[in-house]
Design a protein around this ligand. Structure first.
Ligand SMILES: Cc1cc2nc3c(=O)[nH]c(=O)nc-3n(C[C@H](O)[C@H](O)[C@H](O)COP(=O)(O)OP(=O)(O)OC[C@H]3O[C@@H](n4cnc5c(N)ncnc54)[C@H](O)[C@@H]3O)c2cc1C
Length: 297
């Protein structure tokens, strides 16, 4: 929260400086603000679209000298050959097209080698101006896991087998983001996602009951239900998978946006029940009507 708050204040300060002619000026003589996001996974991509929206709102709230499209430059820098490397190529291609429409500068096959206070440098020698830089290039597990004497992955996750027992000690189970669990069908490990953590929690509940009853432990099989990437108020893109639709289905636009919002509502319902979810939805709707879209102070 503290980091997000610091980022918000610095973004507004950079835009106000640019508006008042105290910031940097581009070759075209116009004020400019540059934001560099390192990593084009779902986090980096979603942030870039949200920031484009924020720039529009800031402009509407009084920073009239600042043209949100021309003057606020958003760069997404990815080391791999395409954005959203963990998702299907189609989702990646369609998302790249939508980001282009939002004037987000997407750089692929560019490995960041240095971050200075005002720029990001890449291995190919590119120098990208950056008033603000956001690191969104993946996660690592808490360092404490590496001190437990159990085998850990490159990301510092506890290495577990298909029963979610750690490889170092069968009495220690791990699941969710802190576990590196095999995903044999894809010859990789289960991705660090909420849907995986949720499936593993349900699995583990049953597995631990089986163990207490002296029955053999079952094996965990991750079922990828698909992914949705939100592009702010503009759109969403994703793919749905599963037995119901008989494979994988690409979705985008309003339908994907509605599904993204519905997923959030389903999570609220799981936590607070149907009545709680309905009340939360009404309260959210009222707050949206009365609160500013961007907090300015
Ligand atoms: C920006 C962002 C967006 C994401 N969006 C999506 C998405 O759209 N869909 C999706 O499926 N997944 C998404 N994820 C991934 C998803 O949030 C995680 O996979 C999921 O939360 C993993 O659940 P978990 O319980 O393993 O870990 P967490 O949800 O991280 O919970 C671990 C908890 O343990 C606490 N903790 C850590 N160390 C200690 C300690 N030493 N002692 C006590 N407590 C400790 C932490 O504070 C935390 O509350 C996103 C992640 C990020 C960062």
């Amino acid at each position: 929260m503290a980091q997000a708050e610091r980022f918000r204040k610095r973004l507004i300060a950079a835009c106000v400086r640019a508006q008042n002619g105290r910031g940097r000026v581009g070759e075209d003589g116009r004020p400019r603000v540059d934001v560099a996001i390192i990593g084009a996974g779902a986090t980096g991509v979603e942030l870039s679209a949200e920031l484009r929206n924020t720039a529009h709102v800031l402009s509407a709230y009084g920073l009239h000298q600042l043209d949100p499209r021309r003057d606020v430059h958003i760069h997404v820098i990815e080391a791999g050959p395409r954005i959203l490397p963990a998702l299907s190529e189609r989702v990646s291609v369609e998302t790249a097209k939508l980001l282009k429409k939002l004037d987000v500068d997407v750089l692929t096959s560019e490995r960041v080698t240095e971050v200075t206070p005002l720029a990001v440098l890449t291995a190919s020698g590119k120098h990208i101006d950056a008033d603000l830089t956001v690191w969104a290039a993946g996660i690592t597990a808490p360092p404490v896991l590496a001190t437990l004497g159990l085998p850990v992955s490159r990301q510092g996750q506890i290495v577990v087998g298909p029963t979610l027992q750690s490889e170092g000690d069968p009495d220690i189970f791990a699941f969710g983001d802190c576990a590196s669990c095999p995903w044999p069908e894809k010859q990789t490990t289960v991705p660090p996602r909420a849907q995986a953590a949720h499936q593993q929690a349900t699995f583990l509940y049953n597995a631990l009951r089986a163990r207490l009853d002296g029955r053999p432990l079952p094996s965990f099989a991750f079922q990828d239900l698909g992914s949705l990437v939100s592009l702010g108020h503009f759109s969403a893109v994703g793919s749905l998978m599963g037995g119901l639709i008989g494979g994988s289905m690409f979705i985008e636009g309003l339908m994907a946006r509605v599904m993204y919002t519905s997923l959030y509502r389903m999570h609220v319902m799981a936590l607070h029940g149907a009545v709680g979810m309905a009340l939360d939805t009404v309260s959210h709707w009222l707050r949206r009507k009365t609160s500013p879209r961007v907090k300015l102070h």
